[in-house]
Design a protein around this ligand. Structure first.
Ligand SMILES: CC(C)(COP(=O)(O)OP(=O)(O)OC[C@H]1O[C@@H](n2cnc3c(N)ncnc32)[C@H](O)[C@@H]1OP(=O)(O)O)[C@@H](O)C(=O)NCCC(=O)NCCS
Length: 158
């Protein structure tokens, strides 16, 4: 395993090209909508990081980091966080978030933000995220809250 991979048990998290995760995003986050709704502006930007969780050769989770800013400070926006339904609630999302934090810190940035689906808010809260907006609707994906996390060095695994 290279230093660019994070693994726990049989699950390996590694960065992949955007094209590898679009089908999973589509299945979990844009079901019933055209596949191209799962392709996000900025996916092909050089600073974008696409994390994939694999069980063996099977893709079971994904998350994307888009570099931008928040409150005039460098920040990463977490997008497209998705775990295959058969693997949800087994800690894969937690692994993806931990690796996202590690990548953000390694880029010298400590702020993560996201538009979080309302049903997933407790998941993000559990990992130290805070709500920073009123609830709002995204047409393709339902009710959301804006959330953010300031990552402290002590939060990130070595
Ligand atoms: C939300 C999601 C990414 C979390 O990943 P996961 O691998 O299922 O989460 P983990 O197993 O690491 O953590 C689960 C824990 O988070 C908390 N949690 C609370 N509400 C939750 C919810 N709706 N979904 C998942 N976890 C939730 C619980 O503490 C849960 O533990 P429990 O199952 O013992 O109660 C995943 O469930 C998913 O893809 N859901 C559908 C798409 C989605 O909502 N994506 C987020 C878009 S913002």
């Amino acid at each position: 395993m290279s230093g660019q991979e994070q693994s726990i048990g049989e699950i390996v998290i590694r960065a992949v090209p955007a094209a590898e995760i679009i089908d999973l995003r589509h299945q979990v986050l844009r079901q019933g909508l055209p596949r191209n709704t799962a392709i996000f502006p900025g996916d092909e930007e050089p600073g974008a990081i696409h994390l994939a969780a694999f069980s063996g050769d099977t893709l079971i989770g994904c998350a994307t980091l888009h570099r931008n800013s928040f409150d005039h400070q460098a920040a990463y926006q977490l997008r497209g966080m998705a775990v295959a339904p058969s693997h949800q609630r087994h800690g894969i999302g937690a692994l993806l978030l931990a690796e996202a934090e590690r990548r953000v810190i390694s880029q010298g940035v400590n702020t993560l933000r996201a538009n979080c689906r309302t049903p997933a808010v407790p998941f993000y809260r559990k990992h130290g995220w805070q709500i920073i907006s009123a609830e709002f609707i995204i047409e393709t994906a339902g009710p959301h809250f804006k959330m953010m996390k300031i990552i402290r060095a002590a939060d990130t695994p070595a």
